[in-house]
Design a protein around this ligand. Structure first.
Ligand code: 5AD
Length: 334
């Protein structure tokens, strides 16, 4: 679908976006049918070398609880994903190459593939070309790396040490991984201090230019223990379920085949209806958190992060009922 920048800006600001959501649902029905994929999110460790200004897991936050899962615990989570018929596990962690060495992650990928048959999505942050090549070779098929914003000055402001010019480091890595044969997932936060609507339109167009296979985007939620959480600079971009849904719908129109999760941050904004409103706007993936209960509270990238479902059968039943209420069902991807 041709969607010009002016159309995007109009949809981001019109009073009523329901016609946009309806278009997005129609495109999703054509490309995805009624199936919603469930992917098990495993938050491997809350240790992080970086000091991103927005994130509660930043290195300088001495109040943050730190944990790191053992390999056997991670494999057990992948097995649980299989028992729940999920098909894919997403291995996510704070950026810490000393903990997640090239070799360790490669061994883990091979073990999960051999012992559980689950497909593997990695979300381990900015890593070298040699690391991602080794992991692709070991059997990882997808990689999530949000570019957070395409506004270079804003990106540099919130990521200490990031270059202010030249290629955006995360876009560069996403392009490299696409060439390595990964399905790539990209996206941004919405409502960052100083973020403009025009830059969000650019972010959406960038997702199309990247030919993103997956789109991960959600509202920015202030964490009081971070420098950005204290900043009072206003944003043109609302932190709301409605605005996030507009971006899901626009991403669906720009990338009809993309896998678009209704994210945890959306459910945090509206615990009862957030995830359904995301699906109603064209999302087609949901990522239940499979991190063991003992660790979960330790992964506080923003406050009150909701653990969308515990993997107990009753909360999965609620999820299935929610899907059915929209005429959708759990689709087990191969
Ligand atoms: N609010 C919302 N999202 C956040 N993330 C990190 N910190 C926050 C926050 N305070 C998101 C970033 C990152 C992903 C793993 O979590 O987009 O890429």
């Amino acid at each position: 679908m041709t969607l010009a920048r002016a159309d995007i800006l109009r949809w981001l600001t019109v009073p009523d976006a329901e016609p946009l959501f309806a278009k997005a649902r129609a495109v999703r029905a054509r490309t995805k049918g009624r199936g919603v994929c469930l992917r098990g999110l495993v938050e491997l460790a809350s240790v992080c070398d970086r000091d991103c200004l927005y994130c509660g897991m930043r290195h300088a936050n001495t109040a943050a609880r730190r944990y790191a899962m053992r390999d056997d615990e991670i494999v057990a989570c992948a097995r649980l994903a299989g028992d729940l018929r999920f098909g894919t596990v997403v291995l996510q962690a704070g950026e810490c190459p000393a903990l997640w060495t090239r070799e360790r992650v490669a061994v883990l990928i091979r073990r999960i593939r051999a012992e559980t048959g689950q497909h593997i999505t990695l979300s381990l942050g900015e890593r070298s070309e040699a690391d991602t090549a080794a992991w692709r070779e070991a059997g990882a098929e997808r990689y999530l790396l949000r570019f957070e914003t395409t506004d270079r000055a804003l990106f540099a402001h919130i990521h200490p040490g990031a270059p202010r010019d030249g290629e955006h480091p995360r876009l560069a890595q996403l392009r490299r991984m696409k060439a390595q044969g990964y399905a790539i997932g990209a996206g941004m936060m919405l409502g960052l201090p100083g973020q403009t609507l025009a830059s969000v339109a650019d972010d959406l167009l960038t997702l199309r230019d990247l030919r993103a296979d997956m789109v991960g985007l959600g509202p920015y939620l202030r964490h009081p223990g971070t420098p950005l959480g204290q900043e009072t600079t206003p944003s043109e971009v609302p932190v709301s379920v409605d605005f996030t849904c507009r971006c899901y719908a626009l991403a669906r129109l720009l990338l009809p085949n993309a896998n678009i999760p209704s994210t945890t941050a959306l459910s945090t904004l509206d615990p009862r209806h957030g995830r359904l409103r995301g699906l109603n706007a064209g999302a087609n993936v949901f990522m239940p958190n499979l991190t063991p209960a003992a660790y979960r509270d330790g992964y506080q990238i923003y406050p009150d992060k909701i653990c969308v479902i515990a993997p107990q059968a009753d909360s999965l039943d609620t999820l299935h009922a929610d899907l059915a209420s929209l005429g959708l069902h759990h689709f087990q991807d191969q």
